[in-house]
Design a protein around this ligand. Sequence first.
Ligand SMILES: C[S@@+](CC[C@H](N)C(=O)[O-])C[C@H]1O[C@@H](n2cnc3c(N)ncnc32)[C@H](O)[C@@H]1O
Length: 337
Amino acid sequence: MMAATARDTAPGARPHIPVLLRPLLAAVAPVEGLWVDGTFGAGGYARGLLEAGAAQVIGIDRDPMALDMASSWADAYGDRLRLVEGTFSDLDDIAGAPVDGVVLDLGVSSMQLDRPERGFSFLRDGPLDMRMSQSGPSAADLVNTASEEALADILYHYGEERQARRIARAILRRRAEAPFETTGQLVEVIERQLPRPKPGQSHPATRSFQAIRIAVNDEFGQLAAGLEAAERALKPGGRLAVVTFHSLEDRVVKRYLQLAASSGGGGSRHAPALEAEVPRFTLTPKKAIGPDAAELDENPRARSARLRVATRTEAPFAPVDRMKLGLPAPVFGGAAR
Ligand SMILES: C[S@@+](CC[C@H](N)C(=O)[O-])C[C@H]1O[C@@H](n2cnc3c(N)ncnc32)[C@H](O)[C@@H]1O
């Protein structure tokens, strides 16, 4: 496994350790031909795939910083590594040819989380930003302009925050005095609404920050479109591997693959599936893979990670009914690319 080195990180930050890379490479072996890494990040997966035998990897990230940081080592792979700034929802167009494998490692990278100026972390004060792409409306735009109801919906649906209404009300009261500018100001408001956490419990702002980040980056819209793009791009026999970090994401990936792996999974409310439809994926293995004890020891951040792997069949692409994916309600309109 290729761990990222110190040069990939902000001063004082922890290096990015690729999560579940070893089991992923084992599950998709043998690695050959053209692969897409739709969430390039610090490049841990892309390097892992190249070292495992991929002829070429297209590394996509919506964050220009991720691609900039790879410039120090990417050249060593020559034409075998092509880096593209974009979103994985467009991965089939970006690849431009049928591919042998697609990997998606969802969420934020340690590089993004550990840099206060990116505004992803409730532990480090910085501008209230959270845009992976560094463009489009920011988290500050969202908390300063969304209605109380929309904010409460975001916190509830994307963060499973039970005190969503209470926090949304407090955000509106605070922003009437002065607009939010920093992560610290938001953390302070959230902390005042929730009981002090007991030892071992997560930080009170964890759920709200996850929710706002998901809304700012339209992460569920991207996920549904990314799974479809992967289905379109993969050759028969091609492999899809997706790593998720929370149960909301894992549920969507699981349902997508279950629908695509069953007969009759395609079609939508408007265009019902034909009977006797042929499965477009097989689940390989059937169940999700989690981190083993050694990985948890090395990287406690891997605790909630789940890997699902599927193999594309010969059946043509068919859109799944998004209503069946268990997508949380769309509430912010998914602005940032
Ligand atoms: C968890 S990190 C990936 C880490 C990577 N596997 C590694 O080993 O270094 C997720 C990365 O995906 C990027 N990302 C998230 N959603 C994306 C999307 N829809 N399209 C493209 N990149 C995305 C983020 O900017 C971040 O850099």
